[in-house]
Each structure stands twice: as structure tokens, then as C-alpha cells.
Design a protein around this ligand. Structure first.
Ligand SMILES: C[S@@+](CC[C@H](N)C(=O)[O-])C[C@H]1O[C@@H](n2cnc3c(N)ncnc32)[C@H](O)[C@@H]1O
Length: 302
């Protein structure tokens, strides 16, 4: 994958991608957190109301320097998409009853914080990301380093043995290798869409390995999709990715099921991306974005 690899060229790659990604960077004065986000920053993070915007902008600056993902530049990390998931209430109930949740490619792990804010015990929640700096910045953004009991790991989905503990101060933290095969609900939000077609397939197979081998285990999320599925060249890393509609997404998961000897029920639908986001994609992406939409999915083990 040509992005934020740990190679010696990583810095210059990030620098070049930052230039290519510049159109995604929305200026701080356009920031307008939703009522949900405001409430969470005030009541969960205890940031005074008149300081919320400045606080978010300052942390966003640092994250953009780590790697220029569009969701960072465009403040989309302030969308707490899990609360809009069709299975949000089910997820809440299962997690409150002890199920384990992993936010894979979590970056700021905003959905994880939304779950804690909704009353889920933070001990049941785990986050993992390639970039340890994002995990540190997530504590800074949500001001919860001393209170959150969730465990974070730093590693690469293509090598499950690479994941290391990235959390301190938690009694008896679960090593990632023990979490493998024990996750009930995995969120892969804006994650698989980062990869080219074969890597996407490999990453999805790795996700299956992380899941508990039990009927009802769930892989959920939202990523960029399209009413006109096909290969798109994207600005970030100038690479080719496949943008799915529900049918091609189901095809991917049939292939993953065959390769991993598992069966999955795949529910997916396209959600309108909204005019404002469409405008920013239009100016930033190399591809023709006609048909672009969010692909919302719930994949349940049979
Ligand atoms: C586009 S961001 C999405 C972040 C978050 N899930 C969200 O929806 O706001 C993708 C995240 O995946 C992480 N990532 C990229 N490649 C990865 C890999 N090979 N293994 C684990 N995480 C990876 C990145 O560091 C980044 O934080």
C-alpha cells in the first residue's frame, strides 16, 4: 500500500501526500461541530463550550502533520457515525452486556468515545491503528487519558503479530494476540476503502481472523462507495481503489467467506454524502465523483 508505511521514505511520502491532499483541508473558521459533538466535548471531555472549536482545530493541526487523511482535513472525524448505524441500539445493548468491540483503523476513535458517552463500559472497547501518534492525539482530543479504560494497539492489519500495546495505566491489559478470535463487534469505518482491490481482500480476511468464530459476530462500518461501482483513481497516494455498491461489496465478502471458510450475511446500502461533502470531494479527487455515496454495512456471521 502506498501511504503511511513505516519505510524510511515515510516522511517524504507524507509530505507529498499532504500537498496532494491540500484541497481536503478545510480552514478552521469553517468548523461547525454538530450539537452531538458539542455535547460530547462539553460533558464527556469537559472542554468549556467557548473553547471547543479552538481545541479541535489545534489537535487537527497535529494530526494533519502525522498523515493528511481527508477525514482529518475535512473534520469528518467529528461525525460520530456509529450513532447513525441501523444497529446502533443492538450494539449498545450487546456492549453493555460484556461483548467486545474493536475499532480498527480507529485514528481518533471518535465512535468508541460516543459509545462510552452512551454508557458502555470502556473496558470492553479496543482500538487499533497503524499510527501510534493518532492514538496519542485521540487522548488529547477527547481529554480522557486518565479516565478511559479502553486498550489501544499500534500495528498493521496485514501482520496481526505486529500489534503492540499503545496504552499505559490500565491494569492487566489484554495483548492484541489474545484479542484475536475474541472480538464480537468490529468497526471498520473508512478503512477498507483505503486499499487497492487485492489488499482490501487480504485486509478483510485478516478481519475475519480477528472475529469471534460465533454466529452473530458483527463487522460494521461506513466507507466511501458509489452508485457506479468500479476502479477509481484517488488523490491520496495517487492510487487505484475499487468503489463498491452493495452488490460488489457482497461479492467481495462472498470471496472472503470462501477464502476463510466462513459464512456472512451482508447488509449494505448507499447513503447520500450531502452537498457540502460532495463539493469538497469534487475539488480534491482525481476521479469523476458522479455516483459517489457512503456505503453503510452490517456483516453478520452465520
Ligand atoms: C481514513 S482513516 C479513518 C479513521 C476512522 N476510522 C474514521 O472513520 O474517522 C484510516 C485509518 O486507518 C489507519 N490505517 C491505515 N493503514 C492501516 C493498516 N495497514 N493497519 C492498521 N491501520 C491502518 C490509518 O492510520 C488511519 O488512522
Amino acid at each position: 500500500m502506498e501511504t503511511d508505511s513505516t519505510s524510511s521514505n515515510a516522511n517524504s511520502t507524507a509530505e507529498r501526500d499532504r500537498a496532494r491532499s491540500a484541497a481536503w483541508f478545510i480552514s478552521g473558521d469553517k468548523l461547525s461541530p454538530s450539537p452531538f459533538a458539542r455535547d460530547l466535548f462539553q460533558r464527556y471531555s469537559r472542554i468549556p463550550a467557548d473553547n471547543i472549536a479552538a481545541h479541535i482545530i489545534a489537535v487537527r493541526e497535529k494530526a494533519w502533520k502525522v498523515y493528511p487523511y481527508p477525514c482529518i482535513g475535512s473534520f469528518r472525524f467529528l461525525d460520530f457515525a456509529i450513532v447513525e448505524s441501523p444497529i446502533y441500539e443492538t450494539v449498545l445493548e450487546r456492549l453493555k452486556n460484556g461483548a467486545k468491540y474493536l475499532d480498527l483503523g480507529c485514528c481518533f476513535a471518535q465512535d468508541l468515545r460516543a459509545l462510552v458517552h452512551a454508557g458502555v463500559p470502556s473496558e470492553n472497547l479496543f482500538g487499533a491503528d497503524l499510527q501510534s501518534d493518532f492514538l496519542e492525539l485521540s487522548y488529547e482530543l477527547f481529554n480522557d487519558k486518565d479516565s478511559l479504560k479502553s486498550t489501544f494497539y499500534n500495528g498493521d492489519i496485514f501482520d496481526l503479530t505486529s500489534f503492540q500495546l499503545a496504552t499505559s495505566g490500565i491494569p492487566n491489559p489484554v495483548p492484541f494476540q489474545k484479542l484475536v478470535g475474541d472480538v464480537d463487534i468490529l468497526s471498520a469505518r473508512s478503512f477498507l476503502h483505503l486499499f487497492g482491490q487485492e489488499q482490501e481482500f487480504k485486509a478483510a480476511c485478516q478481519m475475519v481472523e480477528i472475529m469471534k468464530d460465533k454466529e452473530g459476530s458483527i463487522i460494521m462500518g461506513r466507507q466511501v462507495g458509489s452508485h457506479e461501482p468500479g476502479f477509481h483513481s484517488i488523490s491520496l497516494g495517487r492510487r487505484e481503489v475499487f468503489r463498491h455498491n452493495p452488490e460488489t461489496w457482497k461479492g467481495l465478502w462472498r470471496r472472503v467467506g470462501e477464502a476463510t471458510n466462513t459464512k456472512w450475511d451482508v447488509q449494505a446500502h448507499l447513503v447520500d454524502i450531502g452537498a457540502e461533502f460532495r463539493d469538497s470531494i469534487q475539488s480534491a479527487e482525481l476521479a469523476d465523483i458522479k455516483g459517489r455515496a457512503w456505503l453503510e454495512f452490517v456483516i453478520t456471521k452465520l
